[in-house]
Write a protein that binds this ligand. Structure first.
Ligand code: NAP
Length: 257
């Protein structure tokens, strides 16, 4: 699908200095390992400090403790990262949470609010913290992480679906606003991938294996001629509404409703 302000850029994954808040596990960690192996310098971030220390030892990563739900932590981490790596040119706003919610239950609001803080305010805070630095770099990128659920919702996760729909449209708009800068704005749109994002998900047979997903993402990042990184498996969800298949797709991922 044609995107506004298409720049047809690819990302040379061997030359960048990349900060990934949300890379202590799952997609972020798998992507960090691929990008580092390809030759980029990768700084990983997250809240779990023991895991950060372990990953630094095991894989020789630079690490930073960051809680994207805390505005002060985002700024402290930004300052730490840029002090050590003044050439950071790529931000991958990976950190996210996914918690089941029921609007009828007493804890609905707590879950909904924390989802918005991490999945919506987190990327906004990160981008606000880094944009000035990034636009001073010759070849920079901001990469957000939405979801197929931004386009085809699953019933148990209303705020999560909404948070990722926000990321999709926010990313589109950011791309327009940054069109005259050195920053290209990309969006990774994962389908269901086997990680520990939700309980038991790492074993879901109908989700993509993590390695297969990240292999496809890396290929698309290098070859991409669109602003969305769309692996084959996410396309039915991503384009359901466009293709007139929205009701069928919603029914398919919400069996029994
Ligand atoms: N797996 C899927 O099926 C799927 C599908 C669509 C989209 N996604 C998106 O992909 C991203 C990565 O998820 P994943 O599947 O790889 O799950 P994951 O293994 O649970 O990874 C989530 C990462 O986000 C970090 N994180 C969460 N809250 C944070 C916070 N407040 N501050 C800093 N870091 C935080 C976690 O690190 P710490 O716990 O150490 O802080 C962890 O590194 C998320 O944005 C998710 O919504 C995943």
């Amino acid at each position: 699908m044609a995107q506004a302000n298409e720049r047809n850029h690819s990302v040379d994954i061997s030359t960048h200095t990349i900060f990934i808040p949300g890379a202590t596990s799952g997609i972020g960690l798998a992507l960090a390992l691929r990008l580092k192996a390809a030759g980029s310098t990768v700084i990983i971030g997250g809240r779990r400090t023991a895991l950060l220390e372990q990953l630094a030892k095991e894989h020789d990563f630079s690490t930073v403790r960051i809680d994207t739900a805390d505005p002060a932590s985002v700024l402290t981490a930004r300052d730490e990262v840029l002090a050590q790596y003044p050439n950071v040119d790529t931000l991958i706003a990976m950190a996210g949470i996914m918690a089941a919610e029921d609007v009828h239950s007493a804890d609905f609001l707590v879950t909904a609010e924390s989802t918005v803080v991490t999945n919506v305010l987190g990327p906004i805070r990160l981008i606000a913290a880094f944009v000035e630095h990034l636009q001073a770099q010759a070849d920079a990128a901001i990469i957000t992480v939405s979801s197929g659920l931004a386009h085809t919702p699953v019933a148990a996760f209303p705020t999560y679906n909404g948070s990722k729909a926000f990321i999709h449209r926010f990313t589109d708009t950011l791309r327009l606003q940054l069109a005259d800068t050195s920053i290209q704005v990309l969006e990774i749109v994962p389908p269901g991938v086997r990680t520990d994002l939700t309980p038991g998900q790492a074993e879901f047979e109908h989700f993509l294996p993590l390695d297969a997903f990240v292999d496809e993402v890396v290929t698309l990042l290098q070859a991409q001629d669109g602003s969305e990184i769309l692996v084959e498996a996410v396309k039915p969800m991503r384009f359901a509404e466009v293709n007139g298949a929205y009701d069928q797709m919603v029914a398919a991922i919400n069996p029994g409703l």
